[in-house]
Design a protein around this ligand. Structure first.
Ligand code: F0G
Length: 393
């Protein structure tokens, strides 16, 4: 295994602490063919060992083949079918978001490298995940969050797990720039998805959902798109699954952005002629990101899967969230971009009737309670049976 530049192809050893090439491009963890078959993964799924129970480490030959891992365990999330659409609920991970899948790998690598402190910039889920895994690994956790812009559940979790939280007067993109500089100058290990080991863990969302479907590839995999770590990871996961013969055809990726935070959508609309930056604003605070770091890798994912990028308004994504909540599943606002995106892509004829679609729900319903309590409320009554009767109509 090696670190390989996605631009110039330069190669670095796995043990080197670096996130980008000297040419400025992102690095990717690359390996020769993954020589393990689906039967091995299926057998491990029935095993009681924590490393096999983890929906990340079950696929270890394609992630990072080490014995000593920092695992909760994570993954092994449910796949729901509702109204003819599948929902892979990554909010069922230990800290309530898909980030745990990347974090278990990044934290394992941090320990292997002898890091003392780990850091990230975050809209809240990465920071909660980092804080939990750092607590388990015994490392100092430092998170850079946009001041006043992180949902209550995420902020509370991050602090409860014991992270030092720096509230940056600026937006996520400012926090991201700052944490990169801080990690370079202060010798802290950076575990944002610019860290290629995070991507290796997040690939297992796709591998596990393929396994859930008994390796029958769906037509579409739909994912919210913010900093573009997941979009990057999903394309890599599909390329590798196809190359290893685990699936016999490629699903198409649909990456969905919020209208107010749509730099990737804008680039897609111009056939990726140029990279865009925006001043991001959306109710889906998880993806309030204007200058995504994994842009180049995400472009490769869309191209390799004949994928599409769509945008949905705050009204559309909140309506979809309401629907998902009322199914009894629930998710945070950013996750609901998926269902809103499906509705739009179906209306446009891009997605057709009868196609099998998997929406990836990235975060738990309780991550952002304020988004819910703005729209619904209790009925306050006097403690009398008459009041009950009146309230229930
Ligand atoms: N959904 C949720 C719930 C998220 O928290 C994020 C990203 C995304 C989707 C977008 O994924 O960045 O891989 O394109 N959250 C990051 C964080 C930015 O800091 O928690 P992406």
């Amino acid at each position: 295994m090696r670190l390989e530049c996605i631009g110039c192809g330069n190669i670095f050893p796995l043990a080197e602490i670096r996130y980008t090439c000297d040419c400025g491009n992102l690095l990717s963890v690359e390996r020769d063919a993954i020589a393990v078959g689906r039967d091995v993964f299926d057998a491990r799924r029935a095993s009681r060992k924590p490393i096999d129970q983890s929906g990340v480490w079950r696929f270890r030959e394609g992630v990072l083949d080490v014995d000593d891992v920092v695992t909760h365990p994570e993954g092994s999330t449910r796949l729901y079918e509702r109204g003819g659409i599948f929902f892979k609920h990554e909010g069922e991970n230990p800290t309530g978001s898909f980030k745990d899948r990347g974090m278990t790998v990044a934290m394992t690598q941090a320990k292997r490298l002898g890091a003392r402190a780990v850091a990230c910039a975050s809209t809240g889920n990465t920071s909660a995940s980092l804080a939990a895994y750092a607590a388990q690994a015994g490392l100092r956790a430092i998170v850079f969050i946009p001041a006043g812009k992180v949902a209550a559940g995420k902020l509370a979790q991050t602090l409860a797990y014991g992270a030092t939280a720096l509230s940056v007067r600026g937006d996520f993109d400012d926090a991201m720039r700052l944490v990169r500089e801080a990690c370079d100058k202060l010798g802290i290990y950076l575990v944002n998805s610019i860290n290629p080991f995070r991507i290796e863990g997040q690939k297992t969302i796709v591998w596990e959902l393929l396994q859930d479907l008994e390796w029958n590839a769906p037509d579409w995999i739909v994912v919210p798109a913010g900093n573009l770590g997941n979009t990057s990871a999903f394309g890599k996961a599909l390329r590798e699954a196809f190359a290893a013969g685990w699936i016999d055809r490629m699903p198409r990726l649909a990456a969905i952005q919020a209208v107010g935070a749509n730099p990737f959508y804008r680039a897609f609309a111009e056939s990726f002629a140029q990279r865009h930056k925006v001043q991001a604003e959306t109710v889906a605070s998880a993806i309030r990101i204007g200058d995504p770091v994994s842009y180049e890798k995400a472009v490769a994912s869309i191209r390799a899967t004949n994928g599409v990028v769509e945008q949905v308004s705050d009204e559309e994504l909140m309506a979809a969230k309401h629907e998902i909540d009322r199914m009894g599943i629930g998710c945070e606002p950013a996750s609901a971009t998926t269902l809103a995106g499906v509705r739009k892509l179906r209306a446009a004829g891009t997605m057709r009737d009868g196609e099998r679609i998997v929406c990836v729900l990235t975060g738990h319903i309780l991550k952002d309670p304020d988004a819910i309590l703005k729209t619904v409320s209790t009925i306050e009554i006097e403690p009398t049976i008459e009041a009950v009767g009146k309230a229930l109509g």
